[in-house]
Design a protein around this ligand. Structure first.
Ligand code: HEM
Length: 185
């Protein structure tokens, strides 16, 4: 196999690391915002609201990047999995497919939740996007629960993904992690 086919393209690497950073930061802020509760006092309510807004400003960027990433993924063949049994390669493919589904479902569920609750959906401190659905206060709690469950699912799957990447680097030493790192000259 040629060296080139053992590495992801530069665009795929940028998309991977930018989205990884945004998803991790958004998750930490989302979990922190959810741990604050409304109704204690006005300052506390304001603080919770500010953290939710920051969470949305950051997380909504992934809605745009995931479209580019899926288009890039379907038009550019990724490197083959190295030194893996066919079964492990199938499991790795499935894991990556689940990650793509979650990278779509988590921000869309957050978008739907804020839309149903009637709140604005800001993007990167630059602009706001319209609601995904009309204001619907009866539906909002269900969508909030859905976003909570999907949000925690992506946290667990990302942690598993990191654990496997570290295993490839430290135990298997098969070059998997290097395929997503900048090329060394
Ligand atoms: C990368 C995408 C996203 C990730 C990884 C993510 C993750 C999370 C997580 C882990 C939580 C905490 C859930 C809990 O414990 O209750 C959360 C809460 C929340 N997220 Fe997201 N989220 C994302 C996108 C969005 C988007 C696009 C919006 C809205 C436009 C949004 C709105 C909210 C709201 C309103 C909460 C609830 C905070 C609260 O309960 O007080 N999220 N998110």
């Amino acid at each position: 196999m040629s060296n080139a086919s053992r590495s992801y393209t530069a665009t795929a690497k940028w998309l991977h690391w930018i989205m990884a950073t945004l998803i991790i930061v958004a998750s930490i802020i989302g979990i922190y915002a959810a741990s604050l509760h409304y109704g204690i006092d006005a300052a506390h309510d304001k603080e919770k609201g500010s953290w939710i807004t920051i969470h949305k400003q950051i997380a909504t960027i992934t809605l745009f990047l995931i479209v580019v990433r899926i288009l890039w993924r379907v038009t550019h063949k990724p490197p083959e999995f190295l030194g893996m049994s066919p079964l492990m390669a199938k499991i790795a493919h499935l894991g990556h497919f689940v990650l793509y589904l979650l990278m779509l479902a988590v921000p869309i569920s957050g978008w739907a939740n804020s839309s149903a609750a009637g709140y604005p959906i800001p993007v990167a401190w630059l602009f706001t996007i319209p609601g995904l659905l009309a204001k619907n206060p009866e539906l909002a709690p269900t969508l909030s629960k859905l976003h909570e469950v999907l949000g925690w699912t992506i946290v667990v799957v990302v942690l598993g993904h990191i654990a496997f990447a570290v295993k490839h680097r430290l135990i298997d030493r098969d070059g998997s992690m290097e395929s997503m790192l900048p090329n060394r000259k």
